[in-house]
Design a binder for this molecule. Structure first.
Ligand code: AG3
Length: 281
């Protein structure tokens, strides 16, 4: 039998993965959730037809969202994670003994339940005693917080559907207020390549830039996301991702498969066409 999953990147470009077994297909209150086993990428999580993670390359995304800010401010104690129901970001955060509290605001409990059952590779640390999950809308959750977190990581879906609010100026303003003075905001920032994604990336940067004094963009290669070229946002109230990089991060002996300190400095160097996209922003 020839069974394939396909994500449409544009009307005229698509990406397909050969499916071994379709394991879950449910409609939650917020979205359609699919999990399948593939021959090449291991288990795969899909929300509303958009590929969220594969077991083969999720480490790249989750390490880049977590270790970049952690290596800039080793004093991070209180962390808020928004979205991220698969647990990948939380798994990376729990590698730091110095972190005391990880609040997670995920709107869809069904995503968490399904990942706990079918994606233990990412969900394995969701029961860590420092983790508290709030099944709430991220925008509403952060609205009531002030001077509460050292780091906010926004691991959202694309800016349509349930993730849309997490790309608004109002949301970024609330994140600013929720952060302490040395606070850092990291978010998934879409791809610069296909026109729709590039427009979303440009708008996102514009909005973050209008709220935070420091707003930088960094990149990684994620083979199973649209175009494979993916961006992340680093925003802060003052800390610079390169000049404030903690020279002693290596001595923590955190095990990573993608992230290292050389790559940390390199990933903020953007191709000219991407720089131009943001300069015109
Ligand atoms: N977060 C969403 C990444 C965006 C993927 N977009 C797409 N396939 N069109 C992934 C969640 C992983 N923790």
């Amino acid at each position: 039998m020839d069974l394939w999953f396909t994500e449409y990147y544009t009307k005229n470009a698509r990406f397909s993965i050969k499916v071994d077994k379709h394991i879950v297909s449910v409609e939650s209150e917020y979205q359609r959730i699919d999990v399948f086993d593939s021959y090449l990428f291991g288990r795969v999580l899909v929300l509303d037809g958009y590929l969220m993670l594969t077991e083969k390359d999720e480490f790249i995304y989750h390490e880049m969202m977590t270790h970049i800010p952690m290596a800039v401010n080793p004093k991070i104690r209180d962390v808020l994670v928004i979205g991220a129901g698969d647990g990948g970001v939380v798994r990376e955060l729990t590698k730091y003994d110095s972190i005391e509290r990880i609040d997670m605001a995920e709107i869809d409990k069904m995503v968490v339940d399904i990942c706990k059952e079918y994606l233990p590779l990412t969900a394995c640390k969701l029961d860590d005693e420092r983790v508290k999950i709030y099944y709430e809308d991220g925008l509403k959750f952060v609205r009531s917080k002030e001077n509460a977190y050292d780091l906010i990581i926004v691991d959202s879906t694309d800016p349509f559907g349930p993730g849309e609010d997490l790309f608004t100026k109002e949301f970024y303003g609330n994140c600013y207020k929720a952060l302490k003075d040395s606070g850092i905001l990291v978010n998934q920032h879409e791809s610069p390549y296909y026109p729709n994604d590039a427009l979303a990336a440009k708008r996102t940067h514009q909005r973050i830039n209008s709220v935070f004094p420091v707003a930088k963009v960094y990149q990684a290669h994620i083979p199973t996301y649209p175009s494979g070229h993916w961006l992340f946002g680093f925003a802060s109230k003052g800390l610079d991702p390169i000049t404030d990089l903690d020279p002693d991060w290596n001595s923590l002996s955190i095990k990573t498969r993608y992230y290292n300190m050389d790559l940390h400095k390199g990933c903020f160097a953007l191709p000219n066409y991407v720089k131009e996209l943001f300069e015109n922003a």
